[in-house]
Design a binder for this molecule. Sequence first.
Ligand code: SF4
Length: 136
Amino acid sequence: MKTSLWNPWHGCTKISAGCLNCYVYRTDAKHDKDSTAVNKTSTFDLPLKKDRKGEYRLQPGRDNVIFTCFTSDFLHEAADEWRTEAWRMIKTRSDADFLFITKRIHRFADCIPEDWGDGYNNVTVCCTVENQERAD
Ligand code: SF4
């Protein structure tokens, strides 16, 4: 089955007031799952998986976008050891645009790959800033 959603890891820790009603926590609570445990998912290497026809299972949706890391924070410190591999897969899939949203933009410089340069052309980073304190 094809999808345009890639969650390489799951789980997160609350970092700001904007996390109060986090949908990850709300969804996990329904399944008695501990949202604070950040773990690699079974679909970690989904960007490189192909179907029987040799086509990528992870296909961009509208506007050529693959929604990335929507049940965690791509820049979460607990994922530091996995991110290099994630970046490598993102670079390999230059046919699609990867979009992630973070509340940890302060970690950005520590999390980009060595060959980032002016940025990968196929990556869009959104950061949420819910109040002046966070903006500062
Ligand atoms: S950073 Fe995002 S995913 Fe993590 S707890 Fe806050 S709202 Fe949830």
